[in-house]
Design a protein around this ligand. Structure first.
Ligand code: FAD
Length: 460
């Protein structure tokens, strides 16, 4: 609990209603999309970069931890305030400051909800592709801080590929402005890249300058059914190896499909082992149709049972609703889930899926497998009950083996969720000692008092 004097100093910065400290308020800001929990000492809701700067200056003077937070949808416990302090929540900074059509750039505050930005730029005839499945309940600040991906990142790239510039408040309260509207800007180190994916440990992102592109006009979306996971995995690799680059190539296994179907009744097939959701898009209708046909032909060759192309926008929307609902739908099967996001090079996708299946068979706890298969980015979700210590011990062993498998296959621990608190023990295994040491020195240089999201990314 922060003393009353500090709470009132914070409120003098934010104005009335900008600081919450009742037990009920604190509990609401103490968790994210995982099962982890921690209680902040206060929730502070700034309205401007200037507010954030003054809050961080006060926190630095008083040595209070500051945990930046968007919508709390993260899947690595990155915004969980394990050491108390201030849950600095950016959701009131939700203005789209500029959509510059001439230069195809948007300037937004960090608390803008991703889907709101996408809808606004679409009205202006432009497209912001990074689309985490949580797009309706995550912020641009959180997306930049995690370098979020999403189903359309196979063709279009991840959040970091669209960050042209950032405004960030540093650990001493100074305001850093980096980058510009220029597509090419190589003056000095690329600080926007350093802050992208820094998970709130180097600074508080308050504004982002984002690149936009032309909206694709035509889409073809197909659901392809397989009677084996192996067939689906081979098809993913074969489609990519043939040089087809779909906008999306998403995998759902039988349990993922069943959980979504039980809840949403969309008419998904319940007699299959796996499905692939394949979408092609672009400005040339004939080329988009040709690409889905090529992908379909390859899937048939690899043993697809059935294949259905969405006949209209409503059918396409239903397929996407199904895919985006997998993560929350898993709550039907078990009290807890641990969803990882290992990533492997595309050639290793079938082997990675086999390794995950072998871990499931070895330990007996269910692992649901879905994810952005075309990126080699898989979300094996272990279903369990954290109240049972034996199950938790088993989960820890299973996760360690998933990570080992990813690294052995020349992959990595996380394609989009970040390290947070959940993967920090494995950091050095993934990065090696030299890279880990350099990363620690960057943190030390930018946040010598260790007040920004302490305990995240680095093992303690
Ligand atoms: C159902 C579901 C589906 C998901 N699908 C995807 C997906 O497809 N792709 C994907 O990449 N992720 C996905 N996620 C994970 C999550 O939504 C993303 O990581 C998202 O980017 C988090 O945004 P947020 O605003 O909720 O951030 P939070 O969860 O609040 O914070 C995440 C991290 O960013 C830091 N942070 C937040 N805001 C700032 C800021 N302004 N400045 C500095 N640091 C900040 C926090 O300290 C924390 O470390 C999914 C999550 C759920 C629950």
């Amino acid at each position: 609990m922060l003393d009353k004097k500090i709470l009132s100093q914070l409120e003098s910065i934010t104005g009335r209603g900008g600081v919450c400290s009742s037990p009920e308020d604190l509990v609401v800001y103490g968790y994210d999309g995982t099962f982890e929990e921690g209680t902040p000492d206060a929730v502070v809701l700034p309205r401007s970069t200037e507010d954030v700067s003054r809050i961080v200056k006060l926190a630095a003077a008083e040595r209070i931890p500051v945990v930046p937070r968007g919508m709390g949808s993260g899947l690595a416990a990155g915004s969980v305030p394990f050491r108390g302090g201030i849950a600095l929540t950016l959701t009131r900074m939700n203005r789209i400051l500029e959509i510059d059509q001439a230069n195809a750039v948007a300037r937004v505050e960090a608390g803008v909800v991703t889907a709101d930005l996408q809808a606004a730029v679409e009205k202006a005839g432009l497209y912001y592709p990074p689309d985490p499945s949580s797009q309706r309940h995550s912020t641009i600040g959180g997306n930049v801080a995690c370098n979020a991906g999403g189903p359309h990142c196979l063709k279009y790239g991840v959040t970091g590929d669209y960050v042209l510039g950032l405004t960030a408040v540093l650990a001493d309260g100074r305001v850093l402005r980096t980058g510009s509207k220029c597509i090419k800007d190589v003056v000095g180190y690329d600080l926007k890249a350093l802050f992208t994916g820094s998970e709130g440990t180097l600074g508080i992102i308050t504004e982002a300058l984002l690149r936009l592109i032309a909206t694709p006009k035509f889409f073809r979306t197909a659901l392809v059914e397989f009677d084996s996971m192996d067939g689906a995995a081979r098809a993913v690799y074969a489609v990519l190896a043939a040089g087809v680059v779909p906008a999306s190539l998403e995998l759902m296994d039988e349990t993922a499909i069943a959980c979504v179907e039980e809840g949403l009744h969309l008419g998904l097939p319940l007699d299959v082992a796996a499905t692939l959701l394949i979408e092609t898009d672009g400005g040339d209708e004939a080329a988009v149709a040709r690409e889905i046909e090529t992908a379909a032909e390859i899937c048939r060759r690899e043993g697809a049972l059935r294949l259905k192309v969405a006949a209209n926008e409503a059918e396409r929307a239903a397929l996407w609703k199904a895919r985006r609902s997998v993560s929350p739908a898993l709550g039907r099967k078990a009290p807890n889930k641990l969803g990882e996001d290992i990533t492997v090079p595309r050639e290793k996708i079938p082997e990675a899926m086999r390794r995950v299946k072998a871990i499931r068979e070895k330990y007996g706890l269910p692992i649901v497998l879905y994810g952005h298969a075309g990126d080699g980015n898989l979300h094996p979700n272990i279903l369990f009950d954290k109240r049972d210590p034996e199950q938790w011990k088993t989960v820890e062993k299973m996760v360690a083996e998933e990570f080992e498998a990813a690294l052995e296959l020349e992959g990595t621990l996380s394609g989009e969720h970040g390290v947070g608190a959940l993967k920090r023990a494995y950091l050095e295994k993934a990065l090696g000692p030299v890279s880990t040491e350099i990363q620690k020195r960057i943190k030390q240089a930018l946040d010598p008092l260790n007040i920004l999201n302490p305990g995240k990314i680095f093992p303690e």
